[in-house]
Design a protein around this ligand. Structure first.
Ligand code: NI
Length: 186
């Protein structure tokens, strides 16, 4: 009898968004599921309550730079500034230090550690940002997901939020457990 739990981490880049991130947090709470949010520092302005809520509800918050910049194009000090400013903004709200970084566009010179942060890429990219078709996004994920995968999505689009919640319902039915990136890779 097979009894092992399959685990996946669902991750959301480019938020927080005043409408869609909140919808997503509501849906995650209803389903008792945790996710990982790689937030853009500049978008936190006026959305501090969403960051606080993510933290309180058990989600992991990671760094997606302050201005959503391509880090590999920047000089080292500018690069560190993008990272540090975002960490400081998050930490001033949550009181927790930030240990994970997802470089915008997946662009990163260093391998696994950048500026003392663990770099997190992904296994499944459903290209949710370039379609309005919820079912297409769902299908792209569900047809290729495997135990241990990291799923990349974006919480700044309605389509992505709807697709994510559908994916969660379907994968839970298949026996998947949703964990944060930290729980998955540590
Ligand atoms: Ni991004």
């Amino acid at each position: 009898m097979k009894n092992e739990t399959k685990r996946v981490a669902i991750t959301f880049d480019d938020g927080p968004h005043c409408v869609y991130t909140e919808q997503l947090l509501d849906g995650l709470k209803e389903r008792n599921v945790v996710a990982t949010f790689f937030v853009v520092g500049a978008s936190i302005n006026d959305n501090e309550a969403l960051i606080e809520r993510m933290s309180k509800e058990g989600h992991l918050i990671g760094n997606h730079t302050y201005n959503h910049v391509q880090l590999s194009c920047l000089a080292t000090d500018a690069r560190y500034k993008e990272i540090d400013k975002t960490n400081e903004t998050i930490e001033s709200i949550t009181g927790k230090s930030v240990g994970f970084l997802r470089p915008p566009f997946g662009s990163c010179d260093e391998d696994k550690i950048m500026h003392d942060m663990m770099v997190v890429m992904w296994d499944i990219d459903p290209l949710d940002w370039c379609t309005n078709d919820v079912n297409k996004v769902v299908e792209r994920i569900v047809s290729s997901v495997e135990d241990g995968d990291i799923i990349l999505m974006h919480d700044i689009f309605e389509t992505s939020v709807k697709a994510a919640l559908k994916v969660i319902d379907m994968l839970k039915e298949q026996g998947y457990e949703f964990v944060t990136v930290e729980e998955l890779i540590m």
